[in-house]
Design a protein around this ligand. Structure first.
Ligand code: CMP
Length: 149
């Protein structure tokens, strides 16, 4: 089953949007299989954002993501990687569509509330980076037959 990695960033936590953000993935029908609340180490932040290390905003990005707690999650479901990106919206909240998380709650690219893996391979890398195998829960919600044929 497909899985994706999502992290509610420090701005999402500070603005008390954790419940609202989780609700959107829950009510859509995806299944939560991993969840933790943590202060991110500099090492984890640099590994997570390794692909951006040459970008001018890399330093401030690492500074920000390590500045206050985040909620790290793994969600499961058919097509969850692409669907989660749609629910999250465009990287820049100012151009993100209304109805998306960033479109509804953000105004600045450096404060875009949530990270979501951009492809299935990235999801696998990020899940392995943030979670140990035993921290992920394999389970079948009872309502599965009401969500999928
Ligand atoms: N100019 C920028 N272009 C793209 N991403 C940026 C920029 N400035 C800051 N960022 C952040 O870099 C992050 C990289 O991936 P995220 O999906 O976590 O969300 C992005 C933004 O929060």
């Amino acid at each position: 089953m497909e899985r994706t990695f999502l992290a509610i960033k420090p701005d999402g936590v500070q603005r008390k949007l954790v419940g609202e953000i989780i609700r959107r993935f829950e009510t859509k029908g995806f299944t939560l299989v991993g969840l933790k609340f943590l202060k991110v180490s500099r090492e984890l932040a640099e590994q997570h954002y390794d692909v951006h290390k040459e970008r001018p905003f890399f330093g401030s990005l690492v500074e920000f993501i390590t500045s206050a707690p985040v909620v790290a999650m793994v969600w499961e479901g058919d097509g969850v990687v692409a669907a989660a990106r749609k629910i999250i919206g465009a990287t820049n909240p100012l151009t993100a569509e209304p109805g998306t998380i960033r479109g509804d709650f953000g105004i600045n690219i450096g404060r875009n509330l949530i990270h979501g893996s951009d492809a299935q391979e990235t999801a696998q890398r990020e899940i392995a980076l943030w979670f140990k195998d035993e921290e992920l829960v394999n389970w079948q919600p009872h309502l599965t037959s009401w969500l999928r044929e």
